[in-house]
Write a protein that binds this ligand. Sequence first.
Ligand SMILES: NC(=O)c1ccc[n+]([C@@H]2O[C@H](COP(=O)([O-])OP(=O)(O)OC[C@H]3O[C@@H](n4cnc5c(N)ncnc54)[C@H](O)[C@@H]3O)[C@@H](O)[C@H]2O)c1
Ligand SMILES: [Zn+2]
Ligand SMILES: [Zn+2]
Length: 375
Amino acid sequence: MRTRAAVLHGVGQEWRVEEIELDPPGPGEVLVKTAFAGLCHSDEHLVTGDMVPPQELLDTIPGGTIFPIIGGHEGSGVVVEVGANVTKVAPGDHVSCSFVPACGICPPCAQGKQNLCDLGARTFGGGMITDGTYRTHTADGRDLGALAKLGTFSEHMVLADASVIKVEPDLPLEVVCLVSCGVATGYGSAVSRAEVKAGDTVVVVGCGGIGSNAVQGAAAAGAANVIAVDPVQFKQEKAMEFGATHAVGSMEEAMPLVNDLTWGRMADATILTPGVLHGDLIQPAMELTAKGGTVVATAVAPMDQTDVKLDLARMTLSQKEASPNSRIPELLMLYRQGKLKLDELITRRYPLDEINQGYKDMNDGINIRGVIEFA
Ligand SMILES: NC(=O)c1ccc[n+]([C@@H]2O[C@H](COP(=O)([O-])OP(=O)(O)OC[C@H]3O[C@@H](n4cnc5c(N)ncnc54)[C@H](O)[C@@H]3O)[C@@H](O)[C@H]2O)c1
Ligand SMILES: [Zn+2]
Ligand SMILES: [Zn+2]
């Protein structure tokens, strides 16, 4: 079938919305009509090149490049058709997309660590995780990759059933979209990675789509002090609405505040969720954190920098959230109970054709989260 998708043809280019060719779902695959796709900062890292693997690594994948690629790894939709052997979902089911597939049977999955599923090893390059071939092609017949084996910036998607999680049909699909990356990543950074406990002092650096949810996670876990750090005034105000107790413009400003609040002991955890993780953010984060405390590096670091920064990139990509099959329903339950703010995360909605405006607005700091709303 023909569908429309936002495709990136190379570093430094704009997203181009174009007609693409989509094959029917094969065994273990499902056809999904996309409802919403979130404009996460991670897709922007492809445009800037920060998250494009260095050429030595690219040489190891078929074709030697990840381009052209359909963007988007945060999304929700409705199952239209299922291929052979699919029992997880049926046509009509509402699903959240998981940017790390969860096969359920590999050793990490078997240990309940679905975020480390062996199938997730190849986020970039190559075709479907089911058999390695492509379901997506350019209009002129070339194979087309899909970010995180999803490509949610597309009106329809063919996905491995390991990449979708069935959700209750009465939940708003835009909310279901947000939990698939931003909420799960941010909330999980506080609750699972930093293991925030009642009474803790937590600093969250960068309060966009991910950081806002780290703030919510820390507050939900009972932190006594949640200090939001963001240079943008609007983000600081929103962070206070999401549960921060204090908001400041920089880590330097946070230093005396955290010092006062903790009688010099400093924070139990500092969570780094700025748009781009640069090596120079680590040292001040360490200084904000108490002895025995935890620094969580969630933001994505440029892949092509020094060894330290490469390690950071790998660190953030290898242990980022709890198992999606359990975390996503859990987050949606908290939403249903009014304990997690999700509607409030969406600042603006865009049609697919305005995706570049959406990313401009993210970079201009006027969105907590922008989403693409499909017809
Ligand atoms: N590890 C993962 O699995 C994972 C998943 C999703 C997103 N991410 C990454 O998390 C990061 C945040 O994503 P997002 O969608 O929330 O981005 P965003 O652009 O919505 O938010 C980033 C925020 O950081 C603020 N900021 C920038 N520099 C700062 C600094 N030096 N100090 C304090 N604040 C600063 C910005 O003002 C903005 O509010 C990105 O790097 C993204 O790629 C990682
Ligand atoms: Zn994301
Ligand atoms: Zn697995």
